[in-house]
Design a protein around this ligand. Structure first.
Ligand SMILES: Cc1cc2nc3c(=O)[nH]c(=O)nc-3n(C[C@H](O)[C@H](O)[C@H](O)COP(=O)(O)OP(=O)(O)OC[C@H]3O[C@@H](n4cnc5c(N)ncnc54)[C@H](O)[C@@H]3O)c2cc1C
Length: 394
């Protein structure tokens, strides 16, 4: 995006002053604002559209323990200590959201999640995951078609051979969660329809500029997720935009919408769960058209949407009406871990928090609160990332 000289010169309200300017009003931006308030600081949130307009209002609403793939895969890719830490972090995140009252929202439910394997080698990985998780102190159950599987459409389809169940997980309406976080703010202004086009920094602080507002602050925390590179070019190689396709369908037979778990299939590539008003929500299949979906442009991809319907027919029923289709843009980090880092050359005044890689509901609230602490207290970031994409200490 560019902004002309004339647009820059248009009269604007008087500059506002804050301790922390937060850019983006998704889960991370609003959670960061809560942390600022808890510290008695004045924050101002500047949002280009409206709270929850991007990924935080477009996702599948899984409040799930863990990350994109199973625990054994995370141990292989991240190492045992970091995998254990990340799983614990998502448990703590859900505990924090429950303490805020997420369970009281109309669209929320305690709903175990189930990683369902449709065959080998994934079934073996899930067995290995359960072993490792038990040793590491996590609650987990394994179910099979003939042992423990519920009588619901997914298992009646005869496709899953093994399921790994996270018993304490939940689901919610993500836009209600955004509303809950916003309702917890007692005085922080959330400036909407204010697209930030520049963050300037100097010895005396930071100036955040949108056409409608100018905010002078001691620090700025950029919570723009997949759009990080627009304001922070150095993030271009570190946060990659990836589009996720979703649909909601209503089976002709209401019993077909009655899913016992929030399901995760094919290493998390597809996800299916019961939605509101007798619907089933299905998302994923990004890898079906991976190159086309590596974009920050919202829009439907007919091939991926067809693929989602294929899974509906395969696992639920072939008699249904599609009630909604949509997409959202995720910000992927290089290794699936969140990113909390000071931006280059800004003397610790400008930080980024994001890259939650398809799991921001499960990690975003705590990660943003930690980002504020790291930025203001100078405590080491738990999710630091070097410009080459490597992690400190790894
Ligand atoms: C289809 C899909 C399904 C998903 N399913 C799940 C799930 O079930 N469970 C889960 O844990 N996670 C899921 N996720 C991931 C989760 O939604 C994200 O990780 C999380 O919402 C990221 O929150 P955020 O606040 O960092 O980013 P966002 O919600 O994207 O917020 C960024 C905000 O910054 C604003 N912004 C951007 N640029 C500017 C600018 N220049 N000026 C001002 N404002 C700006 C945007 O408008 C936006 O409001 C899914 C994501 C998608 C897309």
């Amino acid at each position: 995006m560019t902004v002309s000289l004339w647009q820059r010169l248009e009269p604007r309200p008087m500059p506002a002053h804050a301790d922390v300017a937060i850019i983006g009003a998704g889960i991370t931006g609003l959670s960061a604002a809560m942390e600022c308030e808890a510290r008695g600081l004045r924050a101002i949130v500047v949002e280009q559209d409206f709270p929850g307009s991007k990924a935080s209002g477009r996702n599948a609403g899984y409040l799930m323990r863990g990350a994109a793939d199973n625990y054994a895969a995370a141990v292989r890719d991240l190492g045992r200590d970091r995998a254990r830490f990340l799983w614990k972090w998502t448990e703590d995140n859900l505990r924090a959201l429950r303490a805020l009252g997420v369970g009281t929202l109309p669209g929320s439910a305690d709903r175990p999640s189930c990683l369902a394997a449709l065959g080998e080698p994934e079934a073996g990985e899930l067995e290995r995951s359960a072993e490792l998780m038990r040793v590491d102190g996590f609650k987990v159950e394994l179910i099979r078609p003939d042992a423990g599987a519920p009588d619901d459409p997914i298992w009646r389809s005869g496709r899953p051979v093994l399921g790994l169940v996270n018993p304490d997980d939940a689901v919610c309406s993500p836009i209600e969660l955004v509303g809950l976080l916003r309702s917890k703010l007692s005085g922080t202004p959330v400036l909407t329809a204010s697209r930030v086009f520049a963050i300037e920094h100097g010895p005396s602080g930071v100036t955040v500029r949108s056409r409608a507002h100018t905010v002078h602050a001691a620090h700025a925390l950029v919570c723009t997720n997949a759009y990080a590179r627009e304001l922070l070019p150095e993030m271009a190689g570190l946060v990659t935009p990836n589009r996720g396709q979703m649909l909601a369908l209503r089976p002709d037979n209401p019993a077909h919408a009655d899913l016992a778990f929030a399901y995760y299939l094919n290493h998390g590539s597809e996800y299916l769960r019961a939605g509101p008003h007798g619907t089933v929500i299905i998302g994923g299949s990004r890898k079906h058209r991976e190159a086309e979906e590596r974009t920050d442009a919202e829009g439907l991809n007919p091939a991926v949407q067809d693929r989602l319907e294929h899974w509906a027919r395969e696992l639920i029923t072939d008699r249904y009406a599609v009630t909604a289709r949509w997409s959202g843009i995720m910000g992927f980090s290089p290794d699936g871990m969140p990113i909390v880092r000071a931006c280059d050359g800004a003397d610790g005044r400008v930080w980024f928090c994001g890259g939650l890689t398809g799991h921001g509901m499960s990690m975003g609230h705590l990660t943003a609160r930690h980002a504020v602490a790291a930025m203001l207290d100078g405590t080491p970031s738990l999710f630091g990332l070097h410009p080459d994409g490597s992690r400190p200490g790894v």
